[in-house]
Design a protein around this ligand. Sequence first.
Ligand SMILES: Cc1cc2nc3c(=O)[nH]c(=O)nc-3n(C[C@H](O)[C@H](O)[C@H](O)COP(=O)(O)OP(=O)(O)OC[C@H]3O[C@@H](n4cnc5c(N)ncnc54)[C@H](O)[C@@H]3O)c2cc1C
Length: 440
Amino acid sequence: MAVWRNWAGDQICAPARYEAPRDEDELRRLVADAAAAGQTLRAVGSGHSFTDAACTDGVMVSLDNMRGLIDVDRESGLVEVQAGVKLHELGDLLAQHGLAMENLGDIAVQGLAGAISTATHGTGLRYPNLSMQVGALRIVTASGEILTVDDSDPEVFRAARVAIGSLGVIASVTLRCVPTYVLRRVDEPVPLDEVLDTLAERVQREEHWEFFTFPYTGVAFTRTSTRADEPPRPASKAVHLLKDVAAENLVLGAICKAGKLAPSQVPKLNRTLPRLASREERLDRGDRVFANQRLVKFTEMEYAIPREHGAAAVRRILDLIEQRQLPITFPLEVRFAPPDDALIGPSHGRESCYIAVHTYRGTAFESYFRGVEAIMSSYGGRPHWGKRHYLSSAQLQERYPEWETFQSVRERLDPDGVFQNDYTRRVLGDVTARERSGTT
Ligand SMILES: Cc1cc2nc3c(=O)[nH]c(=O)nc-3n(C[C@H](O)[C@H](O)[C@H](O)COP(=O)(O)OP(=O)(O)OC[C@H]3O[C@@H](n4cnc5c(N)ncnc54)[C@H](O)[C@@H]3O)c2cc1C
């Protein structure tokens, strides 16, 4: 592979080599050889990060040939799986054993290890990010050895749960799964002020609740998913493709294209959307309800802030857009998560409101995203590791109380920086410089 691109097509790199090992032994040899030759190495999943998290000019390792189930214990719900499995494949594999992941994000094409490594999350105050469903990891470290990480060594486990590929290559994951469940999803437009005024009650009441809001509309598109004691009623493939995939993506795509051509018309274009929306309901297997298909390409920033500031932050971002008349045709997406203990997970230690902002591919985003970042920073916001932001390690370390613990694990597992790339140097600092200066 001469050139690698992420899903959005705007992170590009030219790895020295691209490898896709078939098993753990091959993976171990690859890592050991790269380290011995003084090369750096990065694992890549599905390339669905908007940052350069997976980019490298060293060896790029894909686990696309390591996607199988290793062990299933239906009784305990513990499932070991090779780390390259895609989330949608995992959903099907688990369902064959009557099991499921308890929560997911809004797409399911990521690799399992890639999703875990950036703390990919869904929504719901009782449902933490995906890395918290991990019971153990097998990681190939810089020496080419396998390290099994679980809560018998809490420091390393909490570091490895969310590590942006900086501690080693995750070869397999043991997940704590739950019995398969059915979700009823209700999508409904509601006046935005009504939603923001009752945010706390809605989030506390519902299992999985989120909303989208397009600038200039004053409308929130709410999405509520609840476990249902009923058999699934999946729509036929044709109806699903037409209603959920084509309709949603075609309308959004058309508005984005029109807005790109005529930016001054964006407020008017956005205001057509609520007129097209109505109450929609789905009843299906949980993992299928969570997963959507995103066919319109975009780039994205997402921040986690303390939950209580959610409504104020949404109002400030919309004010920023409307006062500056920014031609933003994508919605804000607002989700929630409970506190977790991953050392550098964005919802570490606090109930969080996640606010994501997007722009259509090929349109200006930096001024908008920097404005949003300033707002989120005023609440001590922490960026999603897979989504655009402009912070450096010096700023980030102030926002994570256990930053130094993470760094000491990193120094232990990767003292020579085999797993570094430009992104980790920028956001985590250069581990070899820390070694030299004796920072602990
Ligand atoms: C359309 C779209 C929708 C999205 N929806 C959500 C959402 O709902 N919620 C959310 O939180 N995020 C969401 N994201 C972000 C996405 O979930 C994350 O960026 C995720 O990390 C992507 O997974 P990936 O497999 O593509 O990983 P990559 O982007 O390929 O890699 C991400 C990181 O994981 C590391 N990594 C990959 N494999 C391994 C391994 N085997 N061992 C060690 N490290 C590894 C890489 O080095 C890199 O640092 C979305 C992204 C897109 C494009």
